[in-house]
Design a protein around this ligand. Structure first.
Ligand code: NAP
Length: 256
């Protein structure tokens, strides 16, 4: 039986790589993103198209929209896994950070994981599916020694805690919940951060990129596929007794 996974924020970057990696394994993928057209483009290019991959527009801050996608997929295809990957970032010095940005960051990065995880788990419990949920946290969810990202750090520490709480409560339904904690991943989000950080530090984007590589013992920028492979592992039977874990996938940039 083909199992179905929903991936959020999969129109770009890490989410796109997760969708592609899972489609290359045994999964049927429902690609979702705030940008419905980007999601459709990603879905159309996935490997194993005969599995009937799909796309949907989904703003993860809307509990109603998340429930609608989860129940539609569960009803038609069966919902076996959900990857809450959508996230945003802005860089400011803490002393200058506007509270509106804090709200936006926490809404997408943390509330989004909450409402999507709840919607997915409700459908899995209703159908008696021993499913899996993976959330994209960050190495900034484990250490606050990160420049200019206080609201982001707060949201990602929240994702690590929420992952544990979900894993604890959903264990009795045989649903596993884990998160991945990537490091310096080469995506559109990183390109935006390179510009902001270069400006805030008074250096160049190349200078910031070199700092990131210098902070990474494995000596290169992380690729979206590095994260996607770890997500595939957490969704696989090889990880069937792992739950509540925050898996570092960062080339050694932060070790805990
Ligand atoms: P990205 O390239 O900007 O992709 C993020 C995707 O999420 C975009 O397609 C974006 O759509 C979408 N999105 C934004 N707001 C959304 C919403 N409200 N509902 C649904 N989708 C939404 O960033 P990325 O680097 O791949 O990041 C993916 C995840 O990895 C995030 O959770 C991020 O925090 C985490 N992460 C990234 C890094 C890194 O170094 N890149 C490191 C650690 C963790 P639009 O483009 O239309 O806004």
């Amino acid at each position: 039986m083909t199992r179905t996974v929903v991936v959020t924020g999969a129109g770009s970057g890490i989410g796109r790589a997760i969708a592609s990696t899972l489609a290359g394994r045994e999964w049927r993928v429902v690609v979702t993103d705030l940008d419905g057209a980007a999601a459709a483009d990603v879905a159309a290019a996935l490997p194993n198209p005969d599995r009937g991959h799909e796309s949907a527009q989904l703003d993860v801050t809307s509990a109603e929209a998340a429930s609608a996608v989860a129940s539609d997929v569960a009803g038609r295809l069966g919902l076996h896994a959900w990857v809450s990957n959508a996230g945003i970032s802005f860089m400011h010095r803490f002393l200058e950070a506007p509270v509106e940005r804090y709200q936006q960051t926490v809404d997408v990065n943390l509330k989004g994981v909450f409402v999507c995880g709840q919607a997915a788990a409700r459908e899995m419990v209703r159908a008696g599916v021993a499913g899996s949920i993976v959330n994209t946290a960050s190495m900034a969810g484990k250490q606050g020694r990160v420049p200019f990202l206080a609201d982001y750090v707060a949201s990602k520490f929240g994702v690590v805690g929420l992952t544990q709480a979900m894993a604890y409560e959903l264990g009795e339904h045989r649903i596993t919940v884990n998160c991945v904690c990537p490091g310096f991943v080469e995506t559109p989000m990183q390109s935006r951060e390179l510009e902001w950080e270069a400006q805030l530090r008074g250096t160049t984007t190349d200078g910031v990129r070199d700092m990131m590589i210098g902070d990474t013992p494995l000596g290169r920028l992380e690729q979206p596929e590095d994260v996607a492979r770890a997500v595939a592992f957490l969704l696989s039977d090889d990880a069937r007794f792992i739950t509540g874990e925050a898996l570092a996938v960062n080339g050694g940039a932060y070790m805990d």
